[in-house]
Ligand binder design. Structure first.
Ligand code: KIV
Ligand code: NA
Length: 269
């Protein structure tokens, strides 16, 4: 069983691999491939639920998808991504929302889009036994404020990310996602803190890499510039659905082998 401790031991030796999943069959594939961490990302808002940002994702949606992923995962660490405003408003509500991901949905950890407002909360959650993954750089829950552009591009912004990275490491976060920041900033943050960094659009020097599963397998709608596609599942699905439609319309499906005739059922009316 993966724990946040075994993950920390791996960092620096071999790159940590992380992918998102939002349902059981996908989680099973990712887990069986030996990926270290499965993130039930709030990217499910765009990738799976048809929203045009992550903001509408609810605690109930995250809870349901995390539970599905956890049921299908044997080895990987399962991380539940806490939805917009489900944390950081009120401490008791934050603890309850994060806690239910472990207590009921069987996640191993939670991820919080981090900022000055999550330093104390991270410390409190860790004290209570809820492992926390931090997330700095581009934090899509701030899309209304920041858009989706690269972060940490000037010295002041880069210093702020460095400072918050150190504060979250000190607060007890077990790892840190760095999203869409310059590679030379990510490299320095990785040097400066002793918890593993996991990059997405953050260059090659992080301790690990994460991408959204839809982008990796070729199911993505709007693929960010830093993502890479390693398969073409969308074409496969389109061709399977086309073939099914054609087979039904032409009468080829169902064939004899898909049908069953029971004796003595004639003349029922
Ligand atoms: O929601 C998500 O998929 C994420 C990753 C891109 C880190 O937060
Ligand atoms: Na996210």
């Amino acid at each position: 069983m993966a724990t946040v401790r075994s993950l920390r031991a791996k960092a620096g030796d071999e790159p940590i691999t992380m992918l998102t999943a939002y349902d059981a069959p996908t989680a099973r594939i990712v887990d069986e491939a030996g990926i270290d961490i499965i993130l039930v990302g709030d990217s499910m808002g765009n990738a799976s639920l048809g929203y045009d940002s992550t903001l509408p994702v609810t605690v109930e949606e995250m809870h349901s998808r995390t539970a599905a992923v956890a049921r299908a995962t044997d080895d990987a660490l399962v991380v539940a991504d806490m939805p917009f405003l489900s944390f950081g408003v009120d401490e008791a509500a934050s603890i309850e929302n994060c806690g239910c991901m472990l207590k009921e949905a069987d996640a191993d950890a939670v991820k919080l889009e981090s900022g000055p407002h999550t330093v104390e909360l991270t410390e409190r959650l860790v004290q209570l036994g809820i492992p926390v993954m931090a997330h700095l750089g581009l934090t899509p829950q701030r899309v209304k404020e920041l858009g989706l552009s690269r972060q940490g591009t000037d010295r002041d912004d880069a210093r702020e990310i460095m400072d918050l990275a150190k504060k979250h490491a000190e607060a007890g976060a077990f790892s840190l996602v760095l999203e869409h920041v310059p590679a030379n900033l990510a490299q320095q943050v990785t040097e400066a803190i002793d918890i593993p960094t996991i990059g997405i659009g953050a260059g090659p020097d992080c301790d690990g890499q994460v991408l959204v599963i839809n982008d990796v397998v070729g199911m993505g709608d709007s693929v960010p510039p830093f993502a890479a596609q390693f398969g073409d599942v969308k074409s496969e699905m389109e061709s399977a659905v086309d073939s099914y439609r054609d087979a039904v319309e032409s009468g080829e499906f169902p064939a004899d082998e898909h049908s069953h005739v029971e004796g003595d059922l004639d003349e029922l009316y």
